[in-house]
Design a protein around this ligand. Structure first.
Ligand SMILES: Cc1cc2nc3c(=O)[nH]c(=O)nc-3n(C[C@H](O)[C@H](O)[C@H](O)COP(=O)(O)OP(=O)(O)OC[C@H]3O[C@@H](n4cnc5c(N)ncnc54)[C@H](O)[C@@H]3O)c2cc1C
Length: 417
């Protein structure tokens, strides 16, 4: 793997940039691997990377039915934060936050992590009470979060309209200063490059159509569009299609899949310094390095596998954005798209072994899994390598939906971006 450095850039500049090697190869699948990961999104690629870099397991294939990072990883609004209510959530999201800090250096790839602050707006008394509860719980867990008055919120984000006559008045805000954004494609590409350099085969356009089990019931491999691939360990990391994949092994998942949309504006000069979220009106906004406003909406009300979503959902989001930030009323929107998010009843993920020996699942991140990518891949690699969960993901079992030991971030916040 060619190391990226200022000297490499200077050398290539003199050579007309003709010497850069491919970032990862596209090998033909082998007959079998030690581990097959289904899904080349950020979580699947991070899992393969840490399996190789921390556990020395390199005979791995990461399979994707489309292109690498083309699922929710390349479709999300990239908000990173860790101010969830429960101890278990603080554990996993804060683990990710620590890894985000040094990720560009670790991967030798600029993931453009930008801890510019995430501010969550309170529009009613309920919001104020919920956010203050979160702030106290977060502080007990060593997670930074602070309460801002409406005036302090406006000082932090000058475009914010705090006039009292608004339909969604601003009654204050919770601010996580360490929260922010990262470049989603770069995260997938950086992990892919790092994994491939350690011997991992990344195989795109290779849909998994079945999960084969041996006579003893354990996993034997996967049927794919390019033939059978043997493996005694299979990790399913397929986000919105997790139920379909797990059904192939006879495991029923407590998940529903919904379209979730985002949109970007025309690019403008830097004018929006942070990330702002409003759970109540379900709109969130930041500005990308290209200058586009990146805006996210709520999920559709109906389950679906269509990667589009209803127009009325984004209209509602834009209504709210224009009221909260009147200076954007005349901005033109350039593109909108959707992804399929996999939602659990308690809005917390599942990272666990399954009742099928050798089959592991990492899913249920719903509307908020991008922020967890490094932490999720790190602890899922441990789970697969050691055949037992890491202490951080031990509570995120499949069984909790039978035993009732939920991690109920749904009731805590009613949103999970
Ligand atoms: C519009 C939108 C906005 C979002 N905003 C945020 C945000 O601001 N912050 C945040 O933290 N999270 C956000 N999320 C959620 C976040 O994007 C996801 O939780 C996260 O990216 C999931 O990553 P993943 O690697 O598990 O899944 P994905 O990136 O979806 O990867 C799964 C892969 O599995 C592949 N696959 C599926 N079926 C098969 C098969 N049969 N065979 C082979 N491959 C298969 C898919 O092609 C896909 O590439 C958002 C999501 C959307 C859609």
């Amino acid at each position: 793997m060619r190391k990226y450095s200022v000297f490499a850039i200077a050398r290539e500049a003199l050579r007309g940039h003709k010497g850069w090697p491919a970032q990862w190869s596209s090998p033909e699948p082998k007959a079998s691997y030690d581990v097959v990961i289904v899904g080349a999104g950020g979580h699947g690629l991070a899992t393969a990377y840490y399996l190789a870099s921390e556990y020395g397991i390199t005979n791995i294939a990461v399979l994707d039915k489309g292109w690498l990072g083309g699922g929710n990883t390349g479709r999300n609004t990239t908000i990173i934060r860790s101010n969830y209510l429960y101890d278990e959530s603080a554990g996993i999201y804060n683990h990710a936050m620590k890894l985000w800090d040094g990720l560009s250096q670790e991967l030798n790839y600029n993931v453009m992590y930008s801890p510019r602050g995430v501010m969550m707006l309170a529009h009613n008394v309920h919001d104020v009470q919920v956010f203050k509860r979160h702030i106290h719980a977060n502080r007990l867990n060593g997670v930074d979060n602070q309460w801002l008055s409406p005036e302090a919120a406006k000082a932090f984000c000058p475009p914010l309209n705090i006039a009292g006559n608004a339909r969604y008045p601003i009654m204050g805000a919770a601010l996580q200063r360490r929260g922010g954004t990262a470049r989603h494609d770069a995260v997938a590409w950086g992990y892919a490059r790092g994994a491939a350099a350690r011997g991992v085969d990344i195989i795109q356009n290779c849909e998994v159509t079945g999960i084969r089990r041996g006579a003893d019931g354990a996993v034997a491999g996967v049927e794919t569009a390019r033939g059978f691939i043997g493996a005694s360990k299979v990790g399913v990391v397929a986000a919105g299609h997790s139920t379909v994949l797990m059904d192939m092994a006879g495991v029923r998942m407590p998940l529903e899949s919904y379209p979730l949309q985002a949109l970007v504006s025309e690019p403008v000069k830097p004018c929006f310094p942070c990330v702002v979220m409003s759970n109540t009106v379900h709109a969130y906004i930041s500005q990308s390095d290209k200058g586009e406003l990146v805006i996210g909406a709520g999920t559709d009300q109906y389950t679906s596998y269509s990667q589009t979503g209803g127009l009325h959902i984004i209209q509602h989001t834009l209504d709210a954005i224009c009221e909260m930030f009147p200076m954007f009323t005349r901005m033109k929107m350039l593109r909108s798209w959707g992804g399929i998010v996999d939602v659990t009843p308690d809005r917390s993920p599942i990272l666990a072994k399954t009742p099928v020996k050798g089959l592991y699942v990492n899913c249920g991140w719903g509307t908020g899994g991008f922020k967890a990518t490094p932490g999720s891949g790190h602890v899922f690699a441990h789970t697969i390598a050691r055949d037992e969960p890491h202490p951080i993901n031990a509570p995120f079992t499949l069984e909790r939906f039978r035993t009732g030991r939920l991690i109920d971030e749904a009731a805590a916040a009613a949103v999970a971006h």
